[in-house]
Design a protein around this ligand. Structure first.
Ligand SMILES: Cc1ncc(COP(=O)(O)O)c(C=O)c1O
Length: 411
């Protein structure tokens, strides 16, 4: 006899499959698709030769260590290296905070929501945000509530933030989840003034901030580095999340959290429950890479190759699509956000794109509410070649031309 009606817990019964991963299975296997879709690094970005040499070295020197059980916090050397980098380059306080190595930053947000979000609680987000975060919030019975976002200033509406927190007399709002630098999917960054304002509001209402920062190192224009919100944190309110996915390899599944000590202790407990510790082989490999090579040089190299790709995409967008859509030029990161003009029918447009074999991420997928962003879509420029970028954008224009709503001619 087989069970036909499994009684799943409510926390998972409302979860939808992650549309990005599901679509990836379909499009990834189609060779003739131009993939402007996923937040994947370029294959040129992987330091394969260096890692092969280092892999040999760590097999000779540390095989027994990385094949054995390890510490939930992560290996001491890698945690030290991350702290040194965060302190030296980002001016973050690594005395009153500690670093936990996670299995990708995906696990970082999962652990943080697990320790703070009860069923019925709310996590505030940018209206357009990372779908993985929305799903993680929902998996604990929480609500992801999007705040209006100003695309020009790259920031949530701070007045609405203050009003929303003031109205929350039952204290259901547990966290503010933000991607302040090279936001996903919008690509913009919050100014220092806005970071200070957001921090002051959260401090007033004692609401934690989760600063998700997988793209922060990937700066392409000569803008000054904007301080992290965590750099402003004098009250232990901010949890900072970093990742090796976008700057080394997503297959490493290496991310980390810098959290106030008391929060860190709780995170270690749930990390033990989740998977005991992050993959040790990759922890040793990444640590050896930082020890034996200049990791800043590697990041500079990534900045160079991605800057060229970003510029190619901006140029092609200006050349081919300006009569159909508008876009926000990014200063870094992986994405460009595009908005269809009012005379383009979004359904016809996405249908046509599929026929032209171009993959993009429609705005609703990357939003807290899952609706209201049908005119927006996200383009990735790091994975495709320059040629694919140009052809892909030309096809966007062709798809838009077929989806144009005909003007009613006056009789
Ligand atoms: C904003 C944001 N946070 C977290 C992640 C997850 O990254 P990781 O591979 O470190 O789990 C991504 C991946 O695309 C992302 O865009």
């Amino acid at each position: 006899m087989s069970v036909s009606n499994y009684q799943f817990a409510t926390r998972v019964s409302n979860l939808m499959p992650n549309p990005l991963r599901e679509q990836a299975k379909h499009i990834q296997s189609a060779d003739d698709y131009i993939k402007l879709t996923y937040g994947y690094p370029s294959e040129q970005a992987f330091p394969i030769e260096k890692l092969a040499t280092l892999s040999d070295k760590i097999y000779r020197e540390h095989a027994v260590d990385f094949m054995q059980y390890g510490e939930s916090e992560g290996i001491p050397r890698l945690r030290e290296q991350i702290k040194e980098r965060l302190s030296q380059y980002q001016n973050l306080d690594v005395e009153n905070n500690d670093v936990l190595i996670t299995s990708g930053s995906t696990q970082g947000m999962d652990l943080v929501f697990k320790i703070f979000v009860n069923e019925g609680d709310t996590v505030l987000t940018e209206e357009q945000t990372f779908v993985g975060a929305v799903n993680a919030i929902k998996s604990y019975g929480g609500n992801a509530q999007g705040l209006p976002f100003d695309m020009i200033n790259g920031c949530i509406d701070t007045k609405v933030l203050a009003q929303t927190l003031a109205a929350d007399t039952a204290h259901k709002i547990k966290l503010l989840y933000l991607i302040p630098t090279f936001q996903n999917p919008v690509g913009t960054s919050m100014s220092l003034e806005k970071r200070q304002e957001v921090y002051a509001i959260c401090q007033q209402y004692q609401v934690m901030i989760y600063e998700d920062d997988p793209y922060g190192d990937l700066i392409y224009n000569n803008i000054e580095t904007i301080p992290k919100i965590k750099a402003l944190d004098t009250s232990g309110l901010v949890i900072y999340a970093g990742s090796f996915s976008k700057i080394l390899a997503p297959g490493s599944r290496l991310g980390y959290l810098l959290a106030p000590k008391a929060v860190f202790d709780r995170l270690v407990l749930v990390k033990q429950v989740a998977d005991s510790f992050a993959n040790l082989y990759w922890q040793y490999l990444a640590s050896q890479l930082i020890d034996d090579y200049d990791f800043n040089e590697h990041i500079d190299y990534l900045r160079q190759i991605y800057k060229v790709k970003a510029e190619t995409m901006v140029r092609a967008l200006r050349q081919y699509v300006s009569q159909y859509m508008t876009f926000v030029e990014p200063d870094g990161g992986y994405f460009i956000s595009v908005k269809l003009n009012h005379d383009i029918d979004p359904i016809l447009f996405y249908d046509a794109l599929d026929r032209y074999h171009v993959g993009v991420i429609p705005g609703n997928i990357m939003s807290a509410a899952g609706q209201g962003y049908e005119r927006y879509f996200r383009l990735n420029f790091t994975l495709p070649t320059e040629e694919e970028i140009t052809v892909g954008i030309e096809r966007l224009a062709q798809a838009a031309a077929t989806a144009r709503i005909k003007q009613q001619t006056a009789l």
